[in-house]
Design a protein around this ligand. Structure first.
Ligand SMILES: NC(=O)c1ccc[n+]([C@@H]2O[C@H](COP(=O)([O-])OP(=O)(O)OC[C@H]3O[C@@H](n4cnc5c(N)ncnc54)[C@H](O)[C@@H]3O)[C@@H](O)[C@H]2O)c1
Length: 375
């Protein structure tokens, strides 16, 4: 089988290439974006050993039609991925994520033999704040109001001001992104689904929750909070937790994510589906920090700051019932076991300097996107 993986040199791509069947014909197209690949502008040797690697922006992919001919499955991972950064580098995110996907589809339309399946790595960001309930009805939040956040009202409230309970994100829920990044992921989904339907290509949209694990680029301060937390704890630096530290996320181990993508790629019947990829378990940021500290064997020196990022969602957790009904049992790695594997790798890397991280916070402050609770 022949696979085309855009963005295959990134965090998830590196795992995916290793988990594809041995002997598969794999082409990776990746721009080796300097923000992600800070330490090298070449493909890693283990990637070159398994794939034909082409350094190119996906927006110029039509130049590589001859290499791509005969592809059975396209896996589109290439994206700009910083949610906060997308709120001020808007045209770059729209250009690379939406136009990049459009160019890829134009190339597919010119191929002599069309792929039988296209898989998109989408994101939980398309759900925005997600769905809430008062026990009787489902509510879709219009987003948390800045005035409320400035008063330390962190939870999503009903129009009458009553606290609501967050529901696990289900594929049938409305999509209401709260960031430019989320919007561009939704456009990618719609572009892919619309085009594939017209061409009878099996389109699989995977909505990832927060992916973590070894090989996540430490030099990119715009993504990967587990890397940021681990860095601070391992170096004995103070750590800031936004809001009240009780924001929840669904942290899913990268090896499980790569397994799920491979399972979809090799599935022998039509999938044509949108599928969540998470663990189905919610973890607060305080719990993550305390688990890392326990594994590192040092106390976590954290401060709950009351600062908040405009557009951040309060709770995110996947409902995995659709995955199980389409692809079978899902037994994700526990957070403790995944973090232990992450730490084992992390301790062999060059740590990210605290200044790089602070610079990304400064950028958000300057653009009015990192605010504080009053008083
Ligand atoms: N990591 C997560 O937590 C997470 C969560 C939800 C969704 N996703 C999605 O999964 C995909 C992979 O994410 P990741 O964590 O591996 O990110 P990553 O930044 O590590 O990898 C992305 C790769 O794409 C490349 N790239 C970026 N723009 C490109 C372009 N225009 N042309 C060619 N290559 C380009 C980068 O050089 C990088 O190697 C992305 O589509 C992302 O939106 C990731």
């Amino acid at each position: 089988m022949k696979f085309l993986i855009t963005g295959g040199a990134g965090f998830i791509g590196k795992w995916l290439v290793q988990q594809l069947p041995m002997g598969a014909d794999v082409v990776v197209i990746d721009s080796l974006d300097a923000q992600v690949h800070r330490t090298s502008d070449d493909f890693a040797p283990e990637l070159k050993a398994r794939a034909t690697c082409i350094k190119a922006d996906v927006q110029t992919i039509d130049e590589y039609q001859a290499v791509i001919e005969g592809t059975d499955v396209v896996i589109h991972l290439a994206s700009q991925t910083g949610t906060g950064q997308s709120m001020y580098e808007i045209s770059r995110y729209v250009q690379q994520n939406a136009n990049g996907t459009a160019t890829l589809l134009e190339l597919i339309s010119r191929l002599e033999h069309k792929p039988r399946r296209v898989i998109l790595s989408s994101s939980r960001a398309v759900y925005g704040d997600g769905a809430y309930t008062d026990g009787q009805h489902i509510y879709y939040s219009r987003g948390r109001r800045i005035e409320d956040l400035q008063q330390g009202i962190w939870e999503v409230l009903s129009d009458e001001g009553k606290p609501l309970k967050s529901l696990p994100m289900h594929e049938s829920h409305l999509t209401k992104p709260t960031s430019v990044y989320g919007l561009t992921k939704l456009w990618q989904e719609q572009l892919m689904q619309n085009y594939c339907e017209s061409q009878n290509i099996d389109c699989v949209t995977l909505r990832f929750q927060n992916v973590y694990g070894p090989k996540q680029e430490l030099g990119n301060p715009y993504t990967g909070i587990i890397g940021i937390f681990t860095n601070a704890i391992a170096q004995g630096n103070p750590l800031e937790l936004f809001e009240d530290g009780l924001v929840t996320r669904d942290f899913v181990f990268v090896g499980d994510v790569a397994d799920a993508v491979v399972k979809c790629a090799l599935h022998d019947s039509l999938l044509s589906s949108t599928i969540n990829i998470g663990t189905g378990r919610a973890t607060t940021l305080i719990e993550v920090v305390e688990t890392i500290a326990e594994l590192v064997g040092r106390p976590a020196n954290y401060r709950v700051s009351g600062r908040f990022r405009v557009g951040d969602v309060r709770h995110a957790i996947a409902n995995m019932s659709h995955y199980e009904s389409v692809l079978g049992t899902w037994s994700p790695t526990s957070l403790k076991s995944g973090l232990a594997q992450y730490l084992d790798w992390y301790l062999r890397q060059k740590p990210l300097s605290a200044e790089v991280l602070q610079a990304s916070f400064k950028e958000m402050e300057r653009t009015g996107l990192l605010l504080s609770k009053r008083g």
